[in-house]
Design a protein around this ligand. Sequence first.
Ligand code: GDP
Length: 369
Amino acid sequence: MTEALYCIGCGAQLQSTDPQGAGYIPAAALAKQQASGNETYYCQRCFRLRHYNEIADVAIDDDEFTRLLNSLGQKKALIVNVVDLFDFDGSVIPGLHRFVGKNPVILVGNKADLLPHSVRRARVTDWLKRQAAVQGLHPIATLLTSAKKNFQLDELLATIEKYRQHGDVYVVGTTNVGKSTLINAIIKSTVGNQDVITTSQFPGTTLDQIQIPLADGHDLIDTPGIINGTQIAHLLAKDELHYISPQNELKPKIFQLTPPQTLFLGGLARLDFVSGQRASLAVYVENNLLVHRTKTATAAEFYDKHAGELLTPPADISKMPAFKRHTFATKEAQDLVIAGLGWIKLSPASHFDLYLPAGVGFSLRNPIV
Ligand code: GDP
């Protein structure tokens, strides 16, 4: 682009390089519009909002996000924080409790449809509350939803109505938690499928916020997401994401292991069962991700030979940071949660070595199943 062009919907400067960023328009769409002689340009996000009544998430950088969060504390509003139940650690907003000030927070654990049916929802809600408390966040209500399967959305709306006290509602979350899907589902359930939502009905739509009018003159405001750098998704190409992003209920893969044995999760993680009683380990990851068992003694050699081929994703191992080793022991049965990849239910009184690409986070929790 030679001269700067701007989206007439949100005012963002148009660009064709960063699909996640503000003002993105695919180069081909821009060229077509320019060739047509019509000089009204919409960025992809405003285009989708205008033509499909669909909002899309836009990511902003850390500084902008901090500014946005700071501004929340200065308003009187209800905050709805959406997190991903499948990747809680990767979807936490650090320090959110400080930013929101005295404003009440509703915590929404989305993607509940991924949890095995055998898991009691009350147990997950309790776990979510405890995790939030560790972050210093004390939500006024905690709900599990599935934006995709329309689960508990009416309850969420009722809870929002209950606590917003005729005020505005800000929906915040990191990218990929399902915030857009959730808000689109809310729009559909409140106004139906009629073609009534266009940018003209979102007068407050600006560079980084979409306002959805509520009945009493207040708004539900969708804020842009921040990219959480610890998410393993950033190590993969777009066409590899289906290996790690579950779409349906997780089915555990059970392995009977006698130490020293090793499990590979594709080429992304290696878990060595160093010592302990023979045990069965249950792996909860996207059903298409290959989990491969081998002897620890030859695991390193096996990885060198097969990473990027049998052990995939990633297909291009050279772009992945080198493995970093983490050593830990369990007293009780525990879930090992690998940020964005899933979890493994581990046996008690055992020692493990975990290898992850440097920068990828993990944690231990009481078993969820
Ligand atoms: P955003 O970046 O937070 O706005 O996230 P999106 O709404 O774009 O969703 C990110 C991904 O999660 C997409 O692949 C969605 O299909 C998926 N997703 C969103 N909500 C759910 C849900 O409730 N369950 C499941 N299984 N997937 C979901």
